[in-house]
Design a protein around this ligand. Structure first.
Ligand code: BTN
Length: 258
């Protein structure tokens, strides 16, 4: 049986936009994305936010699981019902990546880079990730950020990191959550500015990359992101590949950014 015990109300900063004032905090849930997708099917309103201390079946991109030590990561999802076409819906996910990078910087002093499509990185180690899932007119944007880890587990050495370990000062999940909700509203309200800022923060652009896709590996230089959020990779002497889904590894930065 999945626990849905709702804990104390999350103290939100005054600047939190009205649309994100319904924040539910769960002690434990299988997945905050699954929870909000079900709420969306039951008719929940846009703007509902859920935060969990622990997930027993957290979902990651490309069908993976997402694991985090209990109480140490910000595990949250936001339900939106954007009045946008399929292509522009991608922008609400880019907006979440930009807003979370800004929030982490404000709340913890750590400045994450973005890796396509929406990973937060510090020094090539993963600080956070985003998984968006849709149901009808609803989009659930789920975000996991490693905020206050006691240490990096040996199996994730060099692969993952956390805000407190990078910033050298205490970092709190509520601090990052509050800063994110403050930033996400303005980012959603100006999607063109968000698109520009996403490109500025996307460390992938101009990088030599290896892209691992279901149908094979592509190596080349990441040149741009198209309006649908696909990554355009110049493959050495072999034209441009349009990458819709896959894992990107940053190899090294090229001199020129597109
Ligand atoms: C990735 O693979 O990088 C995306 C990970 C997204 C994880 C978050 S944690 C909160 C939300 N609920 C989930 O089940 N997944 C997302």
């Amino acid at each position: 049986m999945v626990s849905r015990r709702i804990l104390r109300a999350v103290p939100l900063p005054e600047a939190t936009p009205q649309r994100f004032r319904d924040v539910r905090r769960l002690a434990e849930v299988d997945s905050t994305n699954r929870y909000l997708l079900d709420e969306a099917r039951r008719g929940a309103a846009t703007g509902l936010v859920v935060v969990a201390d622990h997930q027993t079946a957290g979902r990651g991109r490309l069908g993976r699981t997402w694991e985090a030590p209990a109480g140490a990561s910000l595990l949250m999802s936001v339900l939106l019902r954007p009045a946008l076409g399929v292509v522009d819906r991608q922008l609400v996910v880019m907006a979440a990546a930009v807003a979370m990078a800004e929030a982490v910087e404000t709340a913890t002093g750590v400045r994450p880079e973005l890796k396509w499509p929406n990973d937060l990185l510090v020094g090539n180690r993963k600080l956070g990730g985003i998984l968006a899932e849709a149901s009808g007119d609803a989009v659930v944007v789920g975000i996991g950020v490693n905020v206050a880890w006691p240490a990096v587990p040996p199996e994730l050495d060099g692969i993952a990191t956390a805000c407190n370990l990078e910033g050298g000062r205490p970092a709190t999940r509520d601090g990052v959550l509050g800063a994110f909700l403050e930033r996400y509203g303005p980012r959603l309200d100006d999607l063109e500015a968000t698109r520009r800022e996403y490109r500025v923060r996307l460390a992938t652009l101009g990088c030599r990359v290896r892209v691992e896709r279901a149908d094979g590996v592509v190596t080349g230089t990441a040149r741009d992101v198209d309006p649908a959020g696909h990554l355009l990779v110049d493959v050495d002497g072999d034209g441009t590949e349009v990458v819709a889904a896959g894992d990107v590894v940053h190899l090294r930065r090229d001199d020129q950014r597109g």
